[in-house]
Design a protein around this ligand. Structure first.
Ligand code: ZN
Length: 472
């Protein structure tokens, strides 16, 4: 439930982890893939056998810089890897190689278009690190550690290159957090550096949440919401936590700084007890790695190669088709097809791409735009079922609209009149009832005509002709 904006203002910061889809892991040559049999993509380096040494992945460093540039960050001419020490089964070395006080990218901003204009979100930093292994808790409830019978560890994920992005507390609603994530996701997908799928864990989001009274300038105590694995759960979790905090304050209580878990099934928030509660990570510089010192030429080249970002394209499209459709097309990667489809009714085209085409599961990159335009132009003259069938086939090799246009609806009035006459003659009782005031029967007659024509009659013409014939 949204807060009363005249009383309370949400203050939200996001921490986002993006797994990079490099061929190999961050510090070893193990294949970096998802979904393989557990513990089949490991080696002495990522399993931390004694005497092994890490070698940084050049591609991962370049991609982290590329992402930093897309976030309008300053790229550090010299950044360091640190060891973040903690003891947990998902970390065979006993420390994670991460970046600490000299990250690769700092002080950026990310523009988030909204229905009332753009809002700029500050980016504190983006840094490179290696992912931990995946722990799977079995035999308990909902995969949580509490009550689990056993915990299994899959080291395939251990050592996957990861960029962590930390925003300023600039996000002002759960909906805005969701929009931010959608845009960031599309950005990293278009940069070609991650498949960024929350359900696979290649995009993960934690949220730091607090509220303050409207007009208040300082920040109050924040809590951290962890492990939300879909855009919807992020938004629902933030809303639930905002409501919990406001209720606490309004009852005269205080918010305690803690890490929380949101259960999407029950909608409940509960404290999370885990390794994250141990705060002393004893960071120190990783002695086995040299500093990262990208040349100005490399950074310049990566900057030149940046594509136009999704936010800029939303702003361009917004004037043409309105904010919601523009946001939907761009964040679903359909705006490139939209630009290729000719035709004057731009909103209708956008609607078809966002609704029917998306629903049919067609890959927009495979669609012949000119053929799709013919279909869209004829959409009112084709029976709905034929139109849907055509859309579903529009990504097929050699697709033409012609075959489906041949099934165009019957619009010939003479043909429709003949059917109507037959039906009126066969239903005299209903005709009399209609004429004596039961106009709701029109639907009955329309249904009869559509059945007789096997759904091919143009409904608009049928309605017009029926009213005309029933008036007599
Ligand atoms: Zn390895």
């Amino acid at each position: 439930m949204p807060l009363d904006p005249t009383r309370w203002e949400p203050v939200i910061g996001l921490e986002i982890h993006v797994q990079l889809k490099t061929k190999t892991k961050m510090f070893c040559r193990c294949e970096n893939v998802w979904g393989e049999a557990p513990n089949t993509r490991t080696c002495p380096v990522c399993l931390a056998h004694p005497g092994t040494l890490p070698v940084p992945n050049r591609q991962a460093i370049e991609w982290a810089i590329r992402l930093g540039l897309a976030l309008d960050c300053e790229i550090a001419p010299r950044s360091l890897f640190h060891r973040k020490n903690y003891f947990y089964p998902d970390l065979p070395k006993g420390y994670q190689i991460s970046q600490y006080d000299s990250p690769i990218a700092t002080r950026g901003r990310f523009s988030v278009p909204g229905p009332d204009g753009d809002r700029e979100m500050g980016i504190v930093r983006a840094h490179l690190e290696e992912d931990a292994a995946k722990t799977i808790h079995v035999g308990g409830e909902g995969g949580r550690i509490h009550g689990a019978g056993a915990s299994l560890v899959d080291f395939n994920r251990g050592g996957t290159p990861l960029v962590e992005i930390v925003t300023e507390p600039d996000v002002r609603s759960a909906e805005e957090a969701r929009r931010f994530l959608g845009l960031l996701r599309q950005t990293v997908v278009e940069l070609g550096i991650s498949d960024a799928e929350m359900e696979k864990g290649s995009l993960r989001c934690d949220a730091n949440v607090s509220v303050r009274e409207t007009g208040e300038t300082g920040y109050r105590t924040k809590t951290e919401l962890k492990n939300m694995n879909s855009f919807k759960f992020v938004a629902d979790g933030i809303d639930a936590e905002l409501a919990r905090q406001v209720e606490l304050y309004e009852d005269g209580g205080e918010v305690v700084q803690e890490t929380l878990h949101f259960d999407p099934r029950s909608g409940r928030i509960s404290p999370l007890r885990s390794k994250e509660q141990a705060h002393d990570y004893r960071y120190f510089p990783e002695p086995d790695l040299v500093p990262v010192e990208p040349s100005p030429e490399l950074v310049g080249r990566l900057r030149d190669e940046l594509p136009e970002l999704p936010a800029a394209r939303i702003r361009r499209l917004e004037e043409e088709i309105g904010f919601d459709l523009a946001l939907g097309l761009v964040t679903s990667g359909r705006d490139e097809l939209f630009a290729r489809v000719p035709g004057d009714d731009r909103r209708a085209t956008a609607n078809v791409l966002m609704n029917q085409l998306a629903g049919a599961g067609v890959d927009p990159a495979r669609v012949n735009a000119d053929e799709l335009a013919k279909l869209i132009a004829a959409r009112d003259a084709i029976p709905r079922a034929a139109f849907d069938e055509a859309l579903a086939a529009s990504g097929d090799e050699g697709f033409t609209a012609e075959r489906y246009l041949a099934e165009a609806a019957i619009t010939d009035e003479g043909e429709i009149d003949a059917v109507i006459d037959r039906i009126l003659a066969a239903n005299e009782g209903q005709v009399q009832a209609y004429r004596s005031g039961k106009e709701g029967l029109l639907g009955f007659f329309v249904g009869q005509v559509m059945r007789e024509t096997q759904g091919k009659a143009n409904p608009k013409v049928v309605n017009e002709r029926l009213r005309e014939r029933l008036r007599a």
